[in-house]
Structure formats: structure tokens, C-alpha cells
Write a protein that binds this ligand. Structure first.
Ligand code: FAD
Length: 597
């Protein structure tokens, strides 16, 4: 197979919020920029974001970035890096106002300011009372954001390669990144994208779980490509289960519903969150609400004939409020649960939602790895932002609306770093290695020639069921140990997958097989990292690490206040310190404390 070569200053893989925000920075600086995407940019998964983007604008209630920083560190269960968190919270107002100027149609308050609603874990005055911090465009914030960013990129002449799937990262003999290989879905052609800088913005990998709010395209491609290229993956044991997926369907009901006054009830109609989080109640952090719901269900207080879900009640809100603020949610509820929320409560269960870990980066969006005794040494030419990256601002648990903020702030800063590195002459076009496309061609050739293997769908299903059973909302030592053996077995099976009907092999079938390679890397990293972390922290809650006086909430800071790094080679684990020091010397670190809401 011949391999064409295309050359750019920068190649961005991914056209969701993170990729588009980074691209804008580069194109507006006059750099020749290519953006590769599996789907049309405005169909990227950011489109699904409903509730809003966090910024301490203080338009509805008093607010400031110090409170936002405190909430984020506490939400992360102190695993988030405080330099990156300070950077993100301080930049929030700037990037949101910038977006408004790009044409983002935010909802408005009566006096014309950006409308803000409360969200879980966001508070005033260091945890005292809920704050309205989420800037929203009804319940379609991500949709509006993608359109504003895409149009701005068209204006800036960003070059889009739509329905192209990046296959592998190319590193040279020094370990520097010099581009990617990619397959065009229409033609099946494989190309090399040769570049001075490569930015990954490939989104999450929620499809490793059976029940997920994530779209089918969320297959962890960037994370898988990085792992295959020898980059370790950070904190992959931490997955957020969103409390309110529609029972039986997994589709998300935004936390904004509780922000607007929605209440969770058990079979006897009790507002049970008052028992688990007396202060913030239904607006406690997501991990806390998810576990409370599962506890209610496990203890027999679930709803429905099988007592397998709880109810989200907004029947006390006026129909006008629901139609104005939550029109999409009403539609989802009618379509997926058969319930009009104006008249009856919505059946909900916790569902996999967000990947806190990913490709390790610093607050400048540079990918960093341990090297020569330095835990965070930048990989030349390689940057990442958005859900595929781990900056790490979400630590062990992300606060709602901090993800859209993360992709704006770190998409922009990754873009700024590339511009700076290229314009200062630190980054130039290095030669491609002779074998640049070999690994990708070998993967494609295996798929064409493999016989006697299982179907991609069968192996994918085995992976999803294994992850759901062994690494779900609550984690058990025995199940995790068995899960490691089970997922390694599924990984072996994935090496022998076969596209069954060879008489009509579509590139979409190839794509599903190639995506499974990436999902498997994510699944292995998750299970192995989770089995090894012998404490409870944030979204990772083990039955053998309960709440005690010595270890509040089961958290063991003496041994486990550290980031996990999983290496694909040999499934090796290493650890690196959490940055407890904020970026600015005049900002006080948020001291360790028990997390209560
Ligand atoms: C239902 C739902 C609601 C949410 N609501 C909110 C919210 O209200 N507020 C909030 O802060 N967060 C929310 N989140 C989280 C947030 O939406 C995501 O974390 C964020 O949008 C991810 O953006 P991204 O740019 O990193 O990736 P995405 O938007 O997922 O984009 C990934 C891009 O990468 C491309 N891509 C992937 N692999 C390849 C490949 N191999 N080759 C080429 N292209 C590739 C895709 O085509 C796509 O363009 C929500 C998440 C879900 C699932």
C-alpha cells in the first residue's frame, strides 16, 4: 500500500471543544493547521454537554475563583494538581467571555448578563452554600459551544480532514513526536501527517463500560495511541459514574435538573440525599450522589417492579420553567423513559460518564512523562487537551461543568504553547523515521488477513461486561483481582478479531476493529490501576477501604496521595507525586481534609 505524506505546522486529532479551541489559537496565529476528525466537527461528543461551563462570573450569586479552586480541589479528593487547578479557575472568566464574543448564545439574566445555575459540589464561601456558577445555553450548552468554535475556525482557515481516523502516533529515535498516521474512511487511503507539533484532543473512552452516557465514537483513540507509543497513562482507575442516566437506556439527564430544583426520591418518596449530604443534599458531588443511590437500591429502597432505580422529581417546577430551562431533558425523558417530567418523575440510575485520567499533561498542555529523575518532563512535539488528557484538574472526581471549562482553558493553553514553541524556534520539522507507517499498515493488514478469530462485536461486548462487573460504582478486592485476569484474557482475544464478511469490508468495519484496539488499552489501564490502589478516594471506592477514624472516607494520604502511571509495556505501574503547591506563591494551598457535603 502506498502512503501519502502531508506536512503541516501542527496536526490536531479531534474536533470537539478541546480540538477546536486549540486549532483556533494556531490558525489565528497564522500556522498551517490540520484538524483530523472521525465525525463532522459539530457532531463531536461535546455536542452532548447539557448543563453548562463553570466560571465564577458571579452574575446571579456572589462568587470568586478562590472558592472555585477550593471546590475543585475538594471535589478531586485532593488528587488534583493545585497548580493546574489554580490556572484553570483563574482563567475561567476570560475563556467564557471570549466564547461569548465568538457568538456563543448563552441564556441571559433579566439584566442581560450570562445566565448561571447551581451545580453539584460548587459552593460559596468554601463549602457553605450552593452557588450559581454554571454558564448555560438552556440544556444544550455543548451544542452551542461547538457551533461557535467551528464557525470561528472556518473564519480562521483551519483545514479540516473530516471522517479521517488517526491510527498511530509517530515518534523518532529521540522519542520526539513528529506526526500521526491516519486512514481516510471514504477511500481507505492511509496517510502520514508530518508536523512540528501534534495535539491530541480525542475525547473520552466511556464505551469501555456496558452502561454509558458516552456516544459510540468515544473509544479512547488518543489514549490508546499514546499507550502504544510508550507514553504512560495517568490515574486511569478514576471513572465518574453520573448519578442520573435514564434507567435502562443510559442517556444522560443533566445535573442542571437538580440545579433547577430537581429532587431524588426512593420508593417511599423520601428525599434520601438529606441523610447522606445534609448540607448540599441533591447537589453533593457526583460520586457521593451515585453511591447514595446505589446504597438505596442495594438496601431495597429502589423503585419499580425490580427495585432497580430511583426517581428524579421535577413535578413541583412550573411547566414554563421546564419548557424554558430544560426542553431537551423533557424530550429525552419522553423518548427514552416514556415519562413526561412535567407530570411524573424520571427513573434514573448511575451510569459511566467521564474519564478523569488520561495522557499526562501540565497546565501548558504539554504531554509530560518521568525522565532522568524529573516526574513531569515534556515530550517534544506532543500536546494534549480535553477529556483524553490528565492535567490533572479533576483528580479522583470531576465536578460537573468543569470539563467544558477544562477543554477551553487547556485547549487554549496547548495552542498557545505550540505557537510559542514554533515561533521561538524551539520546535521545527524533524525528519520522519523510515518505518513511520509500518505499525499502522501491519494493524490494517492483520484485519484483512485474519481468519478463525472472533467478531469485533463479540470481543467488544466481553470487554464492556467485564468492566461493568469488575470495576463499577463500588469496587471489591476479589472482583478487581478476577477483573485483571479477565481483561487480560479479553485483550488476548482482541488480537485475533476478524472482520467476518470479507466480501464487503467497509472502512467503518475496519474503524470499529481499530477502535477496539484503543478501548482495550484503556480497559487494561483502568483495571490494573484500580486493583493496585488499596484505598478509597473520590470515584474509586473499595469495600476493603471503609470510612474509619484513621482513614476518613477510606482515604489513605500517607500511602496513596500520588498519581498512578500505567505503562502498556509489561502492564507496569509507577507513581508520581501530586502537586500540592498552587501556581502563584501568594496563593495558599488547600489543606488536606475529610470530604463531606
Ligand atoms: C451526555 C454528556 C453531557 C455532558 N455535559 C457536560 C456539561 O454540561 N458540562 C461539562 O463541563 N461537561 C459535560 N460533559 C463532559 C464533556 O462534554 C466532555 O468531557 C467534553 O465535551 C469532551 O470534549 P473533548 O473536546 O475532549 O472531546 P470530544 O468532544 O468527545 O471530541 C473528540 C473528537 O476527537 C475525534 N476523534 C477521536 N478519535 C479520533 C481519531 N482516532 N481520529 C480522528 N479523530 C478522532 C472525534 O471525532 C471528535 O471530534 C458531558 C458529557 C456527556 C457524555
Amino acid at each position: 500500500m502506498t502512503v501519502a505524506k502531508r506536512t503541516f505546522d501542527a496536526v490536531i486529532v479531534g474536533a470537539g471543544g478541546a480540538g477546536l479551541r486549540a486549532a483556533l489559537q494556531l490558525s489565528e496565529a497564522g500556522l498551517k493547521t490540520a484538524v483530523l476528525t472521525k465525525v463532522f466537527p459539530t457532531r463531536s461528543h461535546t455536542v452532548a454537554a447539557q448543563g453548562g461551563v463553570a466560571a465564577s462570573l458571579g452574575n446571579s450569586t456572589e462568587d470568586n475563583w478562590h472558592w472555585h479552586m477550593y471546590d475543585t480541589v475538594k471535589g478531586s479528593d485532593w488528587l488534583g494538581d493545585q497548580d493546574a487547578i489554580e490556572f484553570m479557575c483563574r482563567k475561567a472568566n476570560e475563556v467564557v467571555v471570549e466564547l461569548e464574543h465568538y457568538g456563543m448564545p448563552f441564556d441571559r439574566t433579566d439584566n442581560g448578563k450570562i445566565y448561571q445555575r447551581p451545580f453539584g459540589g460548587h459552593s460559596q464561601n468554601y463549602g457553605q452554600s450552593p452557588v450559581s456558577r454554571s454558564c448555560a445555553a438552556a440544556d444544550r450548552t455543548g451544542h452551542a459551544m461547538l457551533h461557535a468554535l467551528y464557525q470561528r475556525n472556518v473564519r480562521a482557515n483551519t483545514q479540516f480532514f473530516v471522517e479521517w481516523i488517526a491510527l498511530d502516533l509517530i515518534r523518532d529515535q529521540d522519542g520526539d513526536v513528529v506526526g500521526v498516521t491516519a486512514l481516510e474512511l471514504e477511500t481507505g487511503e492511509v496517510s502520514i501527517f508530518h508536523s512540528k507539533a501534534t495535539i491530541f484532543a480525542t475525547g473520552g473512552a466511556g464505551r469501555i463500560f456496558y452502561s454509558s452516557t458516552n456516544a459510540f465514537i468515544n473509544t479512547g483513540d488518543g489514549v490508546g495511541m499514546a499507550a502504544r507509543a510508550g507514553i504512560p497513562l495517568e490515574d486511569m482507575e478514576f471513572w465518574q459514574f453520573h448519578p442520573t442516566g435514564v434507567a435502562g437506556a443510559g442517556v444522560l439527564i443533566t445535573e442542571g435538573v437538580r440545579g433547577e430544583g430537581g429532587i431524588l426520591r426512593n420508593a417511599s418518596g423520601e428525599r434520601f440525599m438529606e441523610r447522606y449530604a445534609p448540607n448540599l443534599k441533591d447537589l453533593a458531588s457526583r460520586d457521593v450522589v451515585s453511591r447514595s443511590m446505589v446504597t438505596e437500591i442495594n438496601e431495597g429502597r429502589g423503585c419499580g417492579p425490580d427495585k432497580d432505580h430511583v426517581l428524579l422529581d421535577i413535578t413541583h417546577l412550573s411547566p414554563e420553567t421546564i419548557m424554558k430551562r430544560l426542553p431537551g431533558i423533557r424530550e429525552i425523558s419522553i423518548q427514552f423513559a416514556g415519562v413526561d417530567p412535567i407530570k411524573a418523575p424520571i427513573p434514573v440510575v448511575p451510569t459511566c460518564h467521564y474519564q478523569m485520567g488520561g495522557i499526562p499533561t501540565n497546565y501548558k498542555g504539554q504531554v509530560v512523562v518521568p525522565k532522568d529523575g524529573e516526574p513531569n518532563s515534556p515530550v517534544v512535539g506532543f500536546y494534549a487537551a480535553g477529556e483524553c488528557a490528565c492535567a490533572s484538574v479533576h483528580g479522583a472526581n470531576r465536578l460537573g461543568t468543569n470539563s467544558l471549562l477544562d477543554l477551553l482553558v487547556f485547549g487554549k493553553s496547548a495552542g498557545e504553547s505550540v505557537v510559542e514553541d514554533i515561533q521561538s524556534g524551539n520546535l521545527s520539522l524533524k525528519p520522519l523515521p523510515a518505518d513511520a507507517a509500518d505499525a499502522s499498515l501491519a494493524r490494517i493488514s492483520r484485519l484483512e488477513n485474519q481468519t478463525g478469530g472472533e467478531s469485533v462485536a463479540e470481543v467488544g461486548q466481553a470487554m464492556r461486561r467485564t468492566m461493568q462487573k469488575h470495576a463499577g460504582v463500588f469496587r471489591f478486592d476479589k472482583l478487581l483481582k478476577e477483573g485483571v485476569t479477565a481483561i487480560l484474557d479479553v485483550a488476548e482475544r482482541s488480537k485475533r478479531t476478524e472482520i467476518k464478511d470479507k466480501s464487503k469490508v467497509w472502512n467503518t468495519a475496519r474503524m470499529e476493529a481499530l477502535e477496539l484496539d484503543n478501548l482495550i488499552e484503556v480497559a487494561k489501564a483502568t483495571m490494573i490501576s484500580a486493583e493496585a490502589r488499596k484505598e478509597s478516594r473520590g470515584a474509586h471506592v473499595r469495600d476493603d477501604a471503609p470510612d474509619t477514624a484513621e482513614f476518613p472516607n477510606g482515604r489513605n494520604d500517607n500511602e496513596w496521595l500520588k498519581h498512578t502511571l500505567w505503562y502498556r509495556e509489561g502492564n507496569r505501574l509507577e507513581y508520581k507525586p501530586v502537586t500540592m503547591k498552587p501556581l502563584s506563591h501568594d496563593v495558599e494551598p488547600i489543606a488536606l481534609a475529610k470530604r463531606t457535603y
